[in-house]
Design a protein around this ligand. Structure first.
Ligand code: FES
Ligand code: FES
Length: 188
């Protein structure tokens, strides 16, 4: 190992991985080139398109703007790790049901971003589209304007945005329904 490279550990999609990378390697290139996880896509390589979005310690991040050495020890979830075994994540299923893609190039990033958007919204995070940001106002409804704003870092050159908005809305509704069922005591 030269002084230009470092050995780092990442927990990727639930597996501990150790890799030696040139210190200038981005997380995106480490995932694609060193770990063969090519689901994560490179669009612009400068933080503008969202194609490279992954979950980094549970929060979304554009992996082209992270140095791999900078996230040593982190937990990374890529699109390959979103499903639960053979069972698609509700966001993935909704993208299929609502045709939330055309060429599919932006889709892995859209899906990772959408998974995080739904959690951010459920946790009460406001967005730039939220009118009343006072904590006591609570989470705004996740309507189309909220989804568009929250997903605005993910560009789709095919213009599938309308279907993507519908897919995210559907997945959010399913999440709410599931939580209501599992979180509520059934009374006779
Ligand atoms: S490739 Fe990372 S934001 Fe475009
Ligand atoms: S589906 Fe082609 S870029 Fe989005």
């Amino acid at each position: 190992m030269s002084h230009h490279s470092s050995t780092i550990s990442l927990r990727v999609n639930g597996e501990d991985r150790s890799l030696t990378v040139d210190n200038r390697t981005t997380l995106l290139d480490a995932l694609r080139d060193d770990l063969d996880l090519v689901g994560t896509k490179k669009g612009c390589d400068q933080g503008q398109c969202g194609a490279c979005t992954v979950l980094l310690d549970g929060k979304r991040a554009v992996s082209c703007l992270q140095f791999a050495v900078g996230v040593d020890g982190s937990e990374v979830t890529t699109v390959e790790g979103i499903a639960d075994g053979d069972r698609l994540h509700p966001v993935q299923q909704a993208f299929l049901d609502f045709d939330g893609y055309q060429c599919g190039y932006c889709t892995p990033g859209q899906i990772c971003s959408a998974v995080a958007v739904i959690e951010e919204h459920a946790a009460g995070w406001p967005s730039a589209a939220t009118e009343d940001v006072r904590p006591e106002a609570g989470a705004p409804p996740l309507d189309a304007a909220e989804i568009r704003e929250r997903m605005s870092g993910n560009l789709c050159r095919c213009g599938a945005h309308n279907s993507i908005v519908r897919a995210v809305a559907q997945a959010a509704t399913m999440r709410e329904a599931e939580n209501t069922v599992s979180g509520t005591e059934v009374s006779a």
